[in-house]
Design a protein around this ligand. Structure first.
Ligand code: MRU
Length: 371
């Protein structure tokens, strides 16, 4: 098993920069991209060069460190796409000095990069809170160092969290079984090791043999480009299928378990994940196959009563009309391109977290485990 490339990394001291694997180029090119400005970090998140809920949070945390060190040119805010509807609000503290002003500007700006994965807002809030009490007392250089420490802590914690998710979920994958997954919830979507894929990696490390079916995940093909690649690199038996083949594969009794990641989980367990996940959960229900979600506690948004309140990102129609390297739809066609959907809690057999498996998925069980 070869060592997987690093998803995201901070290079240098507090005056350093973010290095991330450009996931838009995978699996054919393994190239890194250095982000030395907060605008570059914002662009990398928006364009899915770095993607997956936990990795977006880590990138944003590092983006804060880059941003507070830059010359303080005003950042263009994209109000309408800001994530203020969910956890965290813009302007969480009143700026008292130039550093505080810049910190607020940078965090508000990064909030507008993508709206659905709550880890983004969670990480930004955590970064701001970390220095909040020191803003008037400490010099900018010291504050920046503190922010870097916190960003690195978020990254390091995520490594441990992913291993714990793998350990808690591994027993769900039995010898000789088939597991289906959608999108990419692997090492590429986290600091390392993943969430849904962590469960598979851990089961494989315990010596079990099983087969994974990876949905290709239209329109941006995270399943084909990233999940198939990651599982193949780790020597796990993986078969790529088009999204519309999942029902047939289930009907052929090749799938015994479905595991996906999550971008935001409401207090009642309703779960937003990559578009198509809800359909997979319905198919699993129809075939009597358990559908599990794997996610860290930072993906829960207990401020939202149900999935109805989760903001769903709408993306560029060209991802559908020009997604495969050439135009594949007529000029002027109307397109609807939601990037995520919400799977109702009733369809979810359990949520595998770093603290254990929440089962059955009910609000009181969630609050008991997460808070
Ligand atoms: O649009 P993406 O690629 O960021 O969507 C990613 C997903 O939907 C993942 O399943 C989710 O973020 C979990 S990652 C551990």
């Amino acid at each position: 098993m070869s060592q997987p490339p690093r998803t995201i990394e901070w290079i240098g001291d507090a005056a350093g920069f973010v290095r991330l694997l450009d996931q838009t180029l995978l699996p054919t090119q393994v190239e890194y991209r250095d982000c030395r400005t907060v605008e570059e970090v914002w662009e990398a998140i928006r364009m899915l060069r770095v993607r997956g809920a936990p990795a977006i949070g880590i990138a944003a945390a590092m983006g804060v460190v880059v941003g507070v060190g830059q010359a303080t040119a005003p950042l263009a805010l994209e109000g309408e796409e800001s994530g203020v509807r969910g956890m965290g609000q813009t302007g969480m503290f009143a700026p008292r000095n130039a550093f505080a002003e810049r910190l607020r500007e940078v965090t508000d700006y990064l909030r507008t990069s993508r709206p659905t994965a709550v880890n983004l807002f969670w990480a930004l809030e955590r970064m701001a809170k970390h220095v909040e009490r020191h803003l008037e007392k400490l010099p900018a250089e010291k504050l920046r160092g503190m922010l870097l420490e916190e960003a690195l802590r978020i990254e390091e914690e995520d490594r441990g969290i992913c291993r714990a998710i793998g350990a808690h979920g591994a027993a769900l994958v039995g010898e000789g079984q088939g597991v289906l997954t959608h999108c990419n919830a692997g090492g590429l979507a986290t600091a390392d090791y993943g969430t849904a894929l962590a469960v598979m990696f851990a089961a494989a490390e315990q010596g079990r043999k099983f087969a994974v079916f990876a949905d290709e995940t239209r329109p941006l093909l995270q399943g084909a480009r990233l999940t198939a690649w990651e599982l193949q690199q780790r020597g796990i038996d993986v078969t790529l299928i088009c999204d519309n083949m999942a029902a047939q594969v289930m009907r052929e009794r090749r799938v015994h378990l479905v595991i996906t990641g999550a971008d935001r989980i409401a207090a009642n367990g309703d779960t937003a994940n990559k578009i198509g996940t809800y359909g997979v959960a319905l198919l699993a229900k129809a075939h009597g196959i358990p559908f599990y979600v794997a996610a860290p506690s930072s993906t829960f948004d207990l401020s939202l009563a149900s999935g109805d309140a989760i903001p769903i990102e709408q993306r560029d129609p060209r991802e559908i009309t020009h997604g495969l390297g050439r135009q594949i739809a007529p000029d002027g066609i109307k397109v609807y391109n939601p990037a995520f959907d919400v799977t109702p809690a009733a369809l979810i057999a359990g949520i595998i977290t770093e603290k254990g498996i929440i089962r059955p998925v009910r609000e009181e069980k969630i609050r008991e485990m997460i808070t």
